[in-house]
Design a protein around this ligand. Structure first.
Ligand code: FEO
Length: 404
């Protein structure tokens, strides 16, 4: 027995991916529990490898494949998604196994060329509706453009009732457990939500369409095999439902308050805002930027109906950490938010005005022009901060009642 073994999923399909126990920063996303790069081997007559792994894990994938077959027996490689966590080892894999065919979408073919600058492009293009004969089995392709890259597609193996969904329905979670029902659902929800928030949130309208499309196709799915995290077998409908809910982003009595602070003045205002939200029955999450990663903030914003932002003014600007967070959240395009800005200043106080403009740029509905405290908030300013929280809270409650 070798160090790295393939994991049998069905009579014909094996997991041959890699576990990245140590990764804590996935292109800026904090991956506190590591990740996996899932690859799948189909032992049809024409042996097929679905996706590969991040480049440093090429050896691990090849060892898992070698635990059941000689890798040179692979006839077909399917690249469902061109991002390098799934294709970093594709050139080495092609070199090692010399497949007869490599399939990708048209945009995948372009993306792979732009990554690897092949002299002899090995990729054959497939599109939605195409099906490839694997010998005794077949695999069908469904393009899922912008979920989350232009090249993205999923592959369906009807004989085994498996949907290979690339990043779709995935999460960053390293574990020895390969299946959803071997892990606590609360853990899956936490990591799936964070993944959705940071990778899929900007594309929520397309997610709704995809889920509608998949359900109208009536695919029989026993296993939903993403490229990250556990394989879904018991909670397939649950994860579809979660994605649908996150894509809809209906009003909920939740609010996120983010802030940074120089001399604790903006912090005190932030704490008062949370008190106001609480008085209105809102579940408020106070996230100091010195102690909160932007990818965790995104995960909270996904389920929030309000975003309240505090920043001191420094050299006529927003505090740098607040600007960074707003830049990141703006790119994720969170929908259906109300909000407000606040902050302390010494002599010019531009931060609140700049935050208002940024929030409006994100289509956040402002409930007030914001609050600015000179140097240190006095009791009256802190009461005003509580009132600001209450005003935001009332607006969220109106939205939750459908009155907004
Ligand atoms: Fe897991 Fe978009 O790559």
């Amino acid at each position: 027995m070798g160090v790295f073994e393939a994991v049998k999923l069905t009579e014909k399909v094996y997991w041959v991916g890699a576990i990245d126990w140590g990764i804590r920063d996935f292109h800026g996303y904090s991956t506190g529990r590591g990740s996996t790069y899932n690859a799948y081997l189909v032992l049809s007559e024409r042996v097929t490898l679905i996706d590969t792994v991040k480049k440093p894990f090429f050896g691990e994938m090849m060892k898992r494949i070698s635990s059941i077959i000689d890798p040179s027996q692979i006839d077909i490689i399917i690249s469902n998604h061109s991002e390098m966590d799934h294709t970093g080892s594709l050139p080495d894999t092609i070199k090692a196994v010399k497949p007869e065919k490599v399939f990708a979408s048209a945009m995948g073919s372009k993306a792979l060329l732009a990554h690897f600058h092949w002299e002899d492009d090995p990729v054959e293009v497939v599109k939605t509706g195409d099906s490839v004969d694997l010998g005794g089995m077949s695999i069908a392709f469904i393009e899922t453009r912008m979920l989350h890259w232009p090249d993205s597609m999923v592959s369906y193996l009807p004989e085994e009732k498996i949907l290979f969904s690339q990043d779709g329905f995935g999460m960053h979670l390293a574990s020895v457990e390969r299946y959803d029902d071997e892990l606590p659902l609360s853990l899956l929800e936490e990591e799936a939500r964070k993944y959705y928030a940071n990778i899929l949130m900007p594309f929520s309208p397309l997610v709704k369409a995809l889920i509608g499309n998949l359900s109208s196709m009536n695919l029989d799915i026993d296993l939903l095999c993403p490229d990250h995290g556990p394989i879904w077998r018991s909670e397939i409908n649950w994860i579809f439902g979660k994605w649908n809910t996150w894509a809809e982003k209906k009003p909920q009595p939740k609010a996120v308050v983010i802030y940074d602070t120089m001399w604790n003045s903006t912090r005190r205002m932030a704490e008062a805002v949370i008190e106001g939200l609480t008085l209105e029955g809102i579940s408020g999450r106070l996230m100091p930027l010195r102690a909160s990663h932007i990818s965790d903030i995104a995960a909270e914003v996904l389920e929030a109906s309000a975003l309240v932002v505090g920043s001191p003014t420094i050299n006529g600007r927003i505090f740098p950490s607040v600007a960074e967070c707003m830049n990141y959240l703006g790119g994720l395009k969170p929908k259906n938010l109300v909000g407000a800005a606040f902050g302390s200043y010494g002599w010019s106080g531009e931060a609140v005005g700049e935050l208002n403009a940024l929030l409006e740029g994100m289509k956040v509905e402002l409930v007030s022009e914001g609050l600015r405290a000179v140097y240190v908030p006095d009791d009256e300013m802190l009461e005003n901060s509580v009132d600001l929280g209450r005003a935001v809270g009332r607006k969220v409650m109106d939205l939750c009642r459908g009155e907004g």
